[in-house]
Design a protein around this ligand. Structure first.
Ligand code: 0RA
Length: 662
């Protein structure tokens, strides 16, 4: 097998270590899992699936894999099957074991075989499928290759069988089944939507592949295949928007520094809104912080549109970049061999040469498009001219400047109940939905270090409003002044008056909506707070259980049932309270009273303190930049100006919307 010999040669130095060190490698993954997969919560858990799927997508990028299926099995394990080349199984001459075993049981052996291709798995968290193996109680790999079927099983990263030939086949591919180790993860329950979102994204980015997901637990399934690729992706994002132009698709390639071609694909269109929604990827990894590919696109867009507009006498003076970005929805996807990721979250493309590559391709192809589609071109320029007029009007009005200053320097908002401490290392700001919950929070808090800002109902959708409007909005002004870190580009997270900003809203669909609005505000205007890990979501309980004098709180259905079972065993004296059968609270046969908290407002100050605010007993969810990006995308769909797709979206994704409590 020639290919395998190449593989071994190119990785000679990788495998020259003693095999005992290799074994230590996977031990290290089990000792410090968070170092390899980010965390051991829900995110880390799902990372396992993404890691395996990324390996299959690498086969797609190499031109070999057309179908990937992901199954969440009834027993809680996950199976990922692809029709790629199959992991090589032949004996590795140096190690004298099967290459399959080497890939599965050696740290970093998986991602570095085939240098002549783009790799997702080598990217951001590309830790290799061996890490998934290390963190799995059980793993099975079946390889279809060279007309034969091979199988090997593992536990905690160690082989529990040899590589066995178990049959013949005419297909090729790899089928990996793994059961995450409950000793490692805080939760081992996979969430359908979380997986489906990433698979849909991968299908948009790789039109040649068909990805199916099937959840045996509750019989959910989806198939993702988008012939239109990025064009379909842009349409999907703007589904609820009034779209003004056709999608413009640009594709090209150039020689990258590594000698391997750099591929560029971009699609964008304009909608009637005011915000820019530009999502970028490098080798299928979302580059949240942008980078050279994004700056290359932006400068080419401004330059080419200005050139066209001036040459065709649509404008006299060039417009600025911002004017061409209002209402722009776009996807940039580049694929290159050796991406360098920089920035706070390592999601910013650093390769300098990519900027010029993207700029050249966009300059050339966009100019051709505009010449061939004058009607479309005029729509874009008209929109940008309107944006520039608004911008100039706004700049002229000293009003805006005054408001902005007022926002930064003004006295604290009246309804803020501030804390006495001024030390951001301990201070917390609770932004609370509704005046009644705000009242409870004010009474229940520890006023030394906890401040409360009640906000009324749904705040302004900052994605759909112009800056002037945003700066006029009372609720938003109150949030900015209370935090005191400034605004937008000048926002300085280190100046925040509070070390933690905690969003507190009801655990229902409305609450989730308000949370989405707030997340969008922070994402768009105080992003640094999120990067610095200062934004949190409070977790109020869903149920209160009472037996005799004892009270318990449950944060989900499983916890509720667990407490009921525990109380039954304890055989405490029965409470005297009588329940009405139709109304809550309900009472079980053995006298456990269960009441459901419908909203924060239902809790009295003591309950709110005890369950949700007391740092010793509460749970907070830290908002990550991915959560906020997702919120911004969901929001585009949810809050678009067309009503019908929004209603449909909410109906189809009611579950998803609730799950937004990240
Ligand atoms: C090592 C080398 C090659 C492919 C793979 C691993 C591979 C890994 C996974 C994980 C899931 N599906 C996969 N498919 C392939 C290159 C194979 C060759 O050169 O023939």
């Amino acid at each position: 097998m020639k290919e395998e010999i190449d593989i071994i040669k190119s990785n000679h130095s990788e495998y020259s270590e003693e095999s005992i060190k290799v074994l230590e490698g996977l031990e290290a993954v089990r000792l410090r899992p968070a170092m390899y997969i980010g965390d051991i919560g829900e995110r880390g858990l799902h990372h396992l699936i993404h890691e395996v799927v990324d390996n299959s997508i690498d086969e797609t990028l190499a031109g070999y894999c057309k179908n990937i299926s992901v199954t969440i099995n009834a027993d809680g394990s996950c199976t990922v099957e692809d029709d790629g080349r199959g992991i090589p199984v032949g004996i590795h001459p140096e190690k004298n074991i099967s290459t399959l075993e080497l890939v599965m049981c050696t740290l970093h052996a998986g991602g570095k075989f085939d240098k002549n291709s783009y790799k997702v798995s080598g990217g951001l968290h590309g830790v290799g499928v061996s890490c998934v193996n290390a963190l799995s109680e059980f793993m099975e790999v079946i390889v279809y290759r060279d007309g034969k079927v091979y199988r090997q099983t593992y536990s905690e990263g160690k082989p529990t069988s040899s590589v066995e030939e178990i049959g013949i086949t005419d297909k090729t591919g790899t089928k990996v089944t793994f059961l995450p180790d409950a000793k490692i993860f805080k939760t081992t329950k996979f969430k359908y939507n979380r997986i489906a979102d990433r698979l849909r994204e991968l299908a948009f980015l790789n039109p040649e592949v068909t990805i199916t997901i099937y959840d045996e637990r509750d019989n959910l399934k989806d198939t993702f295949h988008y012939e239109g690729g990025l064009i379909d992706f842009v349409r999907y994002i703007d589904e609820a928007q009034t779209v003004l132009t056709n999608p413009i698709f640009i594709k090209g390639n150039a020689n990258g520094n590594s000698g391997i071609e750099t591929q560029v694909e971009i699609c964008f269109q304009y909608n009637a809104g005011y915000t820019e929604n530009l999502i970028s990827y490098v080798n299928n990894i979302n580059t949240i912080e942008g980078g050279t590919h994004v700056s290359g696109f932006r400068s080419a867009l401004t330059r080419t549109l200005n050139n066209y507009a001036i040459n065709n006498k649509l404008i006299k003076e060039p417009l600025i970049g911002d004017d061409f970005r209002e209402g722009l929805t776009g996807i940039i996807s580049v694929k290159l061999a050796e991406p360098q990721f920089e920035g706070q979250t390592k999601t910013k493309l650093g390769n300098g040469e990519v900027e010029g590559i993207v700029r050249t391709i966009v300059n050339e192809k966009l100019a051709i498009y505009l010449d061939e589609n004058p009607k479309e071109a005029k729509k874009i320029i008209d929109k940008a001219v309107l944006a520039s007029e608004a911008r100039i009007a706004a700049r002229k009005s000293r009003e805006l400047v005054r408001r902005k200053n007022a926002l930064e320097n003004s006295t604290l908002p009246g309804k803020l109940a501030d804390c006495s401490s001024r030390d951001p290392n301990e201070t917390e700001l609770f932004i609370v939905e509704g005046d009644s919950a705000g009242g409870s929070a004010k009474q229940g808090r520890d006023r030394r270090f906890q401040a409360i800002l009640p906000i009324k109902g749904k705040i302004l959708n900052v994605q759909k409003a112009r800056l002037t409007k945003i700066l006029e909005n009372e609720e938003i002004k109150a949030i900015f002044t209370a935090i005191g870190g400034g605004f937008n580009d000048e926002f300085d997270s280190t100046k925040s008056r509070y070390g933690k900003i905690i969003l507190m809203a009801d655990a229902d669909v409305d609450g989730s909506h308000i949370r989405t609005l707030l997340l969008t505000l922070f994402f768009m205007y105080m992003r640094q707070l999120i990067f610095d890990g200062k934004l949190f979501i409070a977790q109020p309980p869903l149920y209160k259980l009472k037996k005799g004098k004892k009270e318990f709180y449950a944060y989900n259905d499983a916890e509720r049932d667990e407490i009921i079972n525990r109380l039954r065993l304890e055989k405490l004296p029965t409470s005297q309270q009588i329940s009405e059968p139709e109304e809550e609270p309900t009472q079980t046969k053995d006298g456990i009273i269960i009441s459901r908290f419908k909203g924060l407002g239902e809790m009295n100050p003591e309950q709110l303190w005890e369950t949700t605010m007391n740092p010793d007993t509460r749970t907070l969810l830290q908002v990550t930049i991915e959560d906020a990006t997702k919120a911004a995308i969901i929001f585009q769909t949810l809050m678009g100006d067309k009503v019908e797709p929004r209603r449909e979206f909410i109906e189809n994704n009611a579950q998803f919307v609730k799950n937004l409590d990240v």
